[in-house]
Design a protein around this ligand. Structure first.
Ligand code: DGP
Length: 120
């Protein structure tokens, strides 16, 4: 756990969030600034700052994160019409929280303007 990381604090239940999924490696909760009717953040419990900080032994974790996205897409009924998955990496991508997370967005047609996975 990184003591300065807001997502580590959410995972540790020191800060509140609207959780929609939890297992031993992964949590998912609703984005506080939703850019779509469904906007979930799928987050490893392990603190990994950015996609560029992945280690070789994180490969299976990345696979599992996508599996959870898949399950949540089905649970939130996004699977038929489609959805978007975004990982922002670093400053130019607009990454705000430096704890790796996948944005899962759907529930309406998604235009290019929210491809970044932020904002309303
Ligand atoms: P980014 O780092 O740019 O990929 O986006 C971070 C996202 O995290 C952004 O869409 C807003 C969301 N967020 C930031 N702080 C909190 C928080 O305290 N709670 C929740 N639920 N979401 C947060």
């Amino acid at each position: 756990m990184d003591d300065d990381c807001i997502f580590c604090k959410i995972i540790a239940k020191e800060l509140e969030a609207d959780f929609v999924y939890e297992d031993s490696e992964i949590v998912a909760f609703k984005d506080i600034h939703p850019a779509a009717p469904v906007h979930l953040l799928v987050v490893p419990r392990k603190h990994i700052s950015t996609l560029m900080d992945l280690q070789d032994d994180d490969v299976s974790l990345m696979g599992r994160l996508h599996g959870v996205v898949n399950d949540l897409a089905r649970a939130f009924k996004l699977d038929k019409k489609g959805f978007r998955v975004v990982i922002n990496c670093g400053k130019d991508a607009g990454q705000v929280v430096y704890h790796l997370h996948l944005h899962l967005m759907g529930g309406r047609p998604l235009l290019r303007d929210i491809a970044k996975g932020q904002g309303t």
